[in-house]
Design a protein around this ligand. Sequence first.
Ligand SMILES: Cc1cc2nc3c(=O)[nH]c(=O)nc-3n(C[C@H](O)[C@H](O)[C@H](O)COP(=O)(O)OP(=O)(O)OC[C@H]3O[C@@H](n4cnc5c(N)ncnc54)[C@H](O)[C@@H]3O)c2cc1C
Length: 210
Amino acid sequence: MDHESTQISAVESVGPDAVAVTIDTPDGFDAAPGQFVSLSVPESDESRFYTVSSPSVTETFEVTLTIDPDGTLAPLIAERAVGDSIEVAGPFGDAHYDGQARPLVLASGPGVGPAVAIAERAHSEGADPAIVYRDATVIHSDRLDTLADAGVPVVILDADADLRDPVATALDRDPDVVFVYGFAAFIDDVEAAVAAADADPADVRVENFG
Ligand SMILES: Cc1cc2nc3c(=O)[nH]c(=O)nc-3n(C[C@H](O)[C@H](O)[C@H](O)COP(=O)(O)OP(=O)(O)OC[C@H]3O[C@@H](n4cnc5c(N)ncnc54)[C@H](O)[C@@H]3O)c2cc1C
């Protein structure tokens, strides 16, 4: 995988142990919200995948990271300063917004990054997005509040909340695509909740963070 070197444009706290990292867009790079990139830093041989959390790619784009201090790469990326270099490859993945009229995003943890990005993009294009977000702490609360104030249905659940009723209610809105972003335990719970609901969404796109 060929990585291209570019620069950090901003690193901003967006919740407990969570940062939004804004990156100067490499020449020729474009991505849709929900696609993911591979990131690395010069002082590490490791790379990890992170999902685009800005509604579009302009001169910059954003990813949202949660940081476990025992992790290998996320702590190094979160410590970057403006102007530091970072290496980017991609984009990858087909769980991304491409103009659907009624996208539903189910997210947990850093999956809220693509959730807000997709909802912002869809709402700005006159579409009708909705979000169901489950987490122990709320990340990107400002962007979630702004979306809710604009009339976007945003449901925020505690980490141990049962997904079945909120997912069934969200599916009752008849979304034309369901995006799912989060780590494996959340994906399992979403799949169980969708199976339990009296609905059979035709287009479900899952991005499993591992
Ligand atoms: C398609 C895809 C998209 C993704 N998108 C995102 C995203 O948008 N945002 C995001 O935050 N993540 C995302 N991820 C996950 C991300 O790629 C990394 O897996 C994550 O950031 C952890 O990387 P790390 O190098 O910090 O931790 P790793 O070193 O890979 O460790 C993983 C976990 O193991 C544990 N661990 C590691 N070392 C130790 C140790 N010495 N002692 C105890 N515990 C330890 C920690 O709990 C750590 O969090 C995505 C993954 C995939 C596959």
